[in-house]
Write a protein that binds this ligand. Structure first.
Ligand SMILES: [Zn+2]
Length: 587
């Protein structure tokens, strides 16, 4: 690795060794991080691309409901770049799905690691053939194969795929992971000596002060209003910050800019020190996939949902099991047990040692009017350590242990139904409180119209005015039952409308000899697409499904022979409504 992490910190900081906080930072950081470097092989893996590696996504950055499990390498804003096996090994897993990773290859290496390459456009011809053979055998597009040791060996530097934008990717890039082969836990790929350039400091946009224990107090957090002294150095105009709570927490809105990239990536390392004492440290080393949803405990979830802004909390919720925090004191909560002024330093750092620092002072002042400290009424409390059941007229809610990150005072209300709904509108708490586990929700519908009971679904919307989305549902006696991980509004709706099917680049009874692909849009208004089947003369035909574009694509090959053929496409939604598109096409 050309960039020796954190060597540069000591160089640039020497002139500023004035405050005790800075000394503490210098002593602690290089030790803890350099220890990481020796732990992983530095020369085992070559680059998965043959261009200069730049990042459009970093390990452990916060995404919607999860932490990012790899790095995103930029691919010159296009698809089709050669993707190389980073070392010898064998393909342990290869899959193709309409969402998520899209097309992805996993390679197991003899040194105990697995490399993962996702959102790719196409596999190498050998791998493509291997997958397609099984898709035709099993008559399915969505496939997740584990070829085993002897199946598909690869050599270091072999082209295994073309980079792409498949699955839930929102632009061309290569999603790349290194995992522990045994546990399949993703590890920060930049620990393995990949030569990634980055010469820019993280940016701190703003900071927030909290009155922690959101389940117990009604007080809102307050933005501190940052000023930049120079690159990487920030202060607060209204210094010292005066607070009327003896227990406070901080949060920070930060991004990491990297070389040659306009992307705002996640910041590798965050630290909070008060009077030189480290209270909180976050560092993206590794995690397990079952822990990834703790992203919602890590961020200020309410501000995210209300304002779309991602603040990372520099204190831990009581039920936060994410492993990125080292040696927090008091969960990162600052105790102001005197009326003195205290030095606060918030540091943000990338993996190359570029850093940003916000320094200010904080002081307790009981006369300040910052937090209301108003006790919330404990009526129907959900606490992290216990399961709970709530039953009201026509609705049952079962909440497993560990569903919330802090105590929540459940707010339930109901409203009379709209004419297109078949139950009252049940308002279950609010969209700004995250849920870690699935609740089981049962709703009793009103009298249903004269259609099959199977057409009824539970629908959800976060709040008034947003559109209803299906959450499915199965019948349990007179209740529809589903599982959900979102608080908000629930009701029952009927779906009798079949999916829409629309050819994009051909017309019925057309001669299609010149076409390389057949494209069809499929879409379902409520329950969602459940399955589809394309046929030529009654034989199953492989059509790739790209869920984000509602698009089915068949790429011309020997499965559509020359001459006139019957083409048929059957699309079903989740409640069994079905559309059949039939025509003859001539090649
Ligand atoms: Zn990614």
């Amino acid at each position: 690795m050309k960039n020796i992490p954190f060597a540069r910190i000591s160089d640039t900081s020497m002139g500023k060794l004035l405050l005790p906080t800075r000394i503490a930072l210098l002593l602690l950081l290089p030790l803890s991080v350099l220890a990481q470097k020796g732990q992983y092989p530095q020369d085992a893996f070559r680059s998965p691309l043959d261009i200069t590696l730049t990042l459009s996504g970093t390990f452990c950055e916060v995404r919607g409901n999860h932490f990012h499990s790899g790095v995103d390498f930029r691919t010159k804003e296009r698809t089709g770049l050669d993707v190389y096996a980073v070392a010898n090994g064998y393909v342990s897993r290869i899959k193709e799905l309409p969402y998520g990773f899209g097309k992805a290859v996993y390679i197991d290496h003899p040194n105990g690691y697995t490399s993962v390459y996702a959102h790719i456009q196409e596999f190498s011809p050998r791998l493509e053939k291997y997958v397609e053979k099984r898709q035709y055998e099993q008559e399915t597009f969505s496939i997740d194969l584990r070829p085993g040791k002897g199946g598909l060996p690869v050599r270091q530097g072999e082209v295994i795929a073309k980079s792409g934008n498949s699955g839930s990717s929102s632009g061309p890039h290569l999603h790349f992971e290194i995992r522990d082969k045994e546990s399949q836990e993703p590890i920060n790929p930049l620990y393995f000596g990949f030569d990634v350039r980055d010469d820019q400091s993280p940016v701190i946009w703003n900071a927030m002060v909290y009155n922690p224990g959101k389940g117990k107090f009604s007080s809102e957090p307050h933005e501190l209003g940052l000023k930049r002294r120079k690159a990487g150095e920030y202060f607060i105009a209204g210094n010292p910050v005066e607070v009327n709570s003896r227990r406070i927490g901080f949060g920070v809105r930060t991004f990491d800019k990297s070389y040659g990239s306009g992307h705002y990536n996640g910041t590798y390392f965050l630290q909070l020190t008060v009077d030189g004492d480290t209270l909180y440290r976050f560092k993206g080393d590794r995690f397990a996939f079952y822990q990834t949803r703790y992203a919602n405990a890590h961020i200020d979830y309410a501000t995210k949902r209300k304002r779309g802004l991602t603040y990372q909390q520099l204190f831990l919720e009581p039920n936060d099991g994410f492993p990125a925090y080292s040696a927090p004191k008091n969960r990162g909560i600052v105790h102001l047990d005197d009326n003195e002024v205290h030095d606060v330093t918030i540091s943000a750092m990338d993996q190359h040692g570029n850093r940003a620092e916000l320094s200010f002072e904080v002081q307790y002042n009981g006369n300040k009017d910052l937090f209301s400290n108003e006790k919330v009424w404990y009526d129907q409390m959900i606490v992290p350590g216990r399961s709970a059941t709530f039953a009201y007229d026509g609705i049952n809610i079962q909440i497993p242990k560990g569903s919330v990150y802090d105590s929540v005072n459940l707010d339930y209300q109901r409203r009379a139904s709209a004419s297109y709904l078949y139950s009252p509108i049940h308002k279950i708490h609010n969209k700004t409180t995250p849920l870690h586990k699935h609740l089981t929700l049962q709703i009793q519908p009103n009298e249903l119209p004269d259609v099959s009971r199977s057409k009824a679904v539970i629908v959800y919307r976060p709040e008034e005015g947003s559109s209803w989305r299906s959450k499915g549902g199965e019948w349990h006696n007179n209740y529809l039952q589903t599982k959900t991980r979102a608080f908000g509004q629930y009701a029952v709706k009927i779906d009798t409308i079949p999916p829409k099917v629309r050819p994009v680049n051909f017309r019925p009874y057309q001669t299609i000899s010149s076409k390389r692909k057949l494209k069809v849009k499929i879409d379902d208004h409520l329950a969602g697409i459940d399955s589809y089947r394309a046929e030529v003369d009654g034989n199953w035909l492989l059509m790739a499904y790209d869920a984000k574009n509602d698009l089915l694509t068949y790429t011309m090959d020997e499965h559509f022979p020359e001459g006139e053929h019957k083409f048929k496409l059957i699309v079903k939604d989740q409640v069994g409504n079905e559309t059949i598109f039939k025509t003859k096409l001539t090649k």
